[in-house]
Design a protein around this ligand. Sequence first.
Ligand code: IMP
Ligand code: MG
Length: 177
Amino acid sequence: MKDIERILYTEEQIKAKVAELGRQITRDYEGKNLLLCCILKGSLVFMSDLMRQIDLPLTIDFMKVSSYGHGTESSGDVRVLLDLSVNLPEYDLLIVEDIFDSGRTLAKLTELLRVRGPRSLKLCTLFSKPERHNVELPIDYLGFELPDEFVVGYGLDYAEHYRNLPYLGVLKREVYE
Ligand code: IMP
Ligand code: MG
């Protein structure tokens, strides 16, 4: 792909990590009432692979929040565009997010969902950029830590493009500068 500077994680590496996360979640949620909440749109690819690596009965639902618009920086203004449609007190909620960047999106979301009283609430994120964290949150299930670079693929976009790349790559600076 001409806009990609280099590949950080291949399809195979991501697949192995997602399988490992699925095994951990399967172990931890035995006997619970697991609800996977996919944060649209970025987590769609991760969620669809992850749920098939969890060997338990589970429920899925979706939330959509605005965070970036078309830039590469989080605005801090997180708005709910699509909400869950289930009764949270019945569920052990696991939020499935693509990437923990500044942390503003997840901080806001967990705050919002916690007050609705799920039985339990945990976070799962495939990628994290520790150097960019603005808010610290305990991540219960984490895939990979990344350097401070703008990445795309495996669901992650720049201006709604590149989500369909099967790997995670660094976007060439000239594309967004
Ligand atoms: P945060 O609120 O700054 O943590 O931003 C979280 C959201 O920003 C993620 O759910 C992604 O959609 C998006 N995001 C953050 N970093 C990147 C990146 O490197 N590439 C693509 N999207 C990103
Ligand atoms: Mg995005």
